[in-house]
Design a protein around this ligand. Structure first.
Ligand code: BGP
Length: 466
């Protein structure tokens, strides 16, 4: 059966600056949270590979952009590193800016739209030392960074995004405690989440102001990229299970959806956090007016796996902080065993329909989706080409559900695959490879297409697949 996507549906690549560029000490780049973390604790990283090299895109960007073009991709999302663009006084670093000019010009010359994301978990180290997102001054510093970037590149970048997956830092660093500073404290986590939300809103306000002044490209748009996951629970749930679903959805999904679509936070979530759980959010007078400016033009939806939850064992932990839910293991689940993530393509449809229902005026695109596999050498043929049929199947199954969502009225405009060219990834480093293109770490970071590259090239050319 042939599945057809709309004619103007776009395919593109999702990557990020800190995971690709490398060149960590070139051109006056400052150190980031990841460089600090790598120095402090290299064994927190798979195979002790820290943040320094990325996939060497700093030097290979021309080759990489041509590669994306040859795959028939129309767009490329990366992120601008705060550490590269600005100096420690928050002023433009001309050498850093020069490299981003080259990257953007090269993409434009090749007919690839840059989707420029302004933050991908990569706080400058000197700001981490001032408390990072716990400090309201950092919120202002971020808004300044975005403003400078938009002033510098506004005439050549049309599509801007404030954050990638803003829920990840609060959760990984302050709630689950799996990334430095390894805290498990809901109060810290919700306040970091809140400050990031304000930072987003101030950045949108800067965008709107510059746009009104005619300083941005014709048709320039601003968006936010979120990892959304539909929360499911067990069959025949108890009221407590449903409550776990409500608050998981509230903190992970609706928190952001309400800001970007409606300009406020979900009241039921605030009520639960502040009144029932007695956790104080450091809100200040005037914040509501800031939140009201957070509405965006479109939305990026990253999807990897669903969330399955049930009621927690107790409502509060030993420190009196709330327990929101505990995982529910669905007996029929199919896993990507390498990444430890469930594969559930229908989730992309379910959440797409949720966006349509809850934010009917907000167009979206799939901004990340992908399959990371460890040890892909074992799938290499005699020519050294990775025969990644599993990846083709993964993408095809998700595209099929996207096509169905569009058929049922979802306003989904395109699909960006995560990590088109293998890249470095946070504590996992190069453990799980996502690319349609392999990066040969022991051969000068050479690029080599996998089997899936020819498949996606044809899908992106025709907007249809079998
Ligand atoms: C997303 C992030 C990406 C990337 C991806 C895969 O959440 O936005 O930066 O890391 O997940 O994750 P991993 O490489 O850890 O498997």
């Amino acid at each position: 059966m042939t599945i057809k996507l709309p004619k103007d549906f776009f395919f593109g690549a999702a990557m990020s600056g800190p995971q690709t560029e490398g060149a960590w000490n070139v051109g006056g780049r400052l150190r980031s949270y990841w460089d600090m973390y790598s120095d402090q604790e290299i064994n927190a990283f798979f195979n002790n590979v820290g943040s320094y090299v990325g996939n060497d895109m700093y030097h290979k960007y021309e080759e990489d952009i041509k590669l994306l073009k040859s795959l028939n991709f129309k767009s490329f999302r990366t992120s601008m590193q705060w550490t590269r663009l600005l100096d420690q006084d928050g002023k433009l670093n001309p050498e850093g800016a020069a490299w981003y000019h080259k990257l953007i010009d090269c993409a434009n010359e090749n007919g690839i739209d840059i989707f420029m994301n302004m933050y991908h978990f990569d706080m400058p180290e000197y700001l981490v030392k001032r408390g990072g997102w716990q400090n309201r001054e950092v919120v202002e510093a971020y808004a300044n960074f975005v403003k400078i970037a938009m002033e510098e590149f506004g005439d050549k970048v049309k599509y801007w995004f404030t954050f990638n997956e803003p829920i990840v830092e609060p959760e990984q660093q302050f709630l689950h405690g799996v990334w430095y500073p390894y805290q498990k404290d809901f109060k810290q986590s919700i306040n970091v989440q809140y400050n990031i939300t304000l930072a987003h809103c101030l950045a949108v306000a800067n965008f709107r102001k510059l746009k009104a002044e005619g300083k941005l490209c014709e048709g320039a748009k601003i968006g936010m990229i979120n990892c959304f996951a539909p929360p499911y629970t067990k069959e025949n749930p108890t009221p407590e299970d449903l409550e776990a679903v409500r608050m998981t959805d509230g903190l992970h999904n609706r928190w952001w959806l309400d800001v970007v679509a409606h300009g406020h936070l979900p009241q039921d979530v605030l009520d639960t956090v502040e009144n029932d759980w007695k956790v104080e959010i450091n809100r200040r007078p005037g914040d509501e007016a800031i939140l009201a400016q957070g509405k965006v033009d479109w939305l990026g939806f990253n999807y990897y796996q669903p969330t399955r939850v049930q009621a927690p064992d107790s409502k509060f932990d030993e420190n009196g902080l709330p327990c929101i839910s505990k995982p529910y293991i669905w007996p029929e689940r199919k896993m990507n065993v390498y990444r430890g993530w469930e594969i559930y393509p229908k989730g992309i449809y379910d959440f797409g329909m949720k966006i349509k229902k809850e934010c009917p005026d907000l167009p979206f695109f799939i901004s990340e989706n992908g399959m990371g596999v460890e040890g892909e050498e074992k799938y290499m043929d005699e020519n050294g080409t990775v025969q990644d049929d599993y990846r083709i199947e993964f993408v095809r199954d998700h595209l099929e559900w996207i096509a169905k969502a569009i058929e049922d009225g979802a306003n989904c405009l395109g699909y960006h695959y995560w990590g088109v060219i293998d890249n470095w990834s946070w504590c996992n480093a190069f453990k799980n490879r996502y690319g349609f293109v392999r990066v040969c770490l022991d051969d000068g970071y050479k690029r080599k297409e996998k089997k899936s590259a020819s498949w996606i090239r044809e899908v992106a050319r025709t907007n249809e697949f079998e």
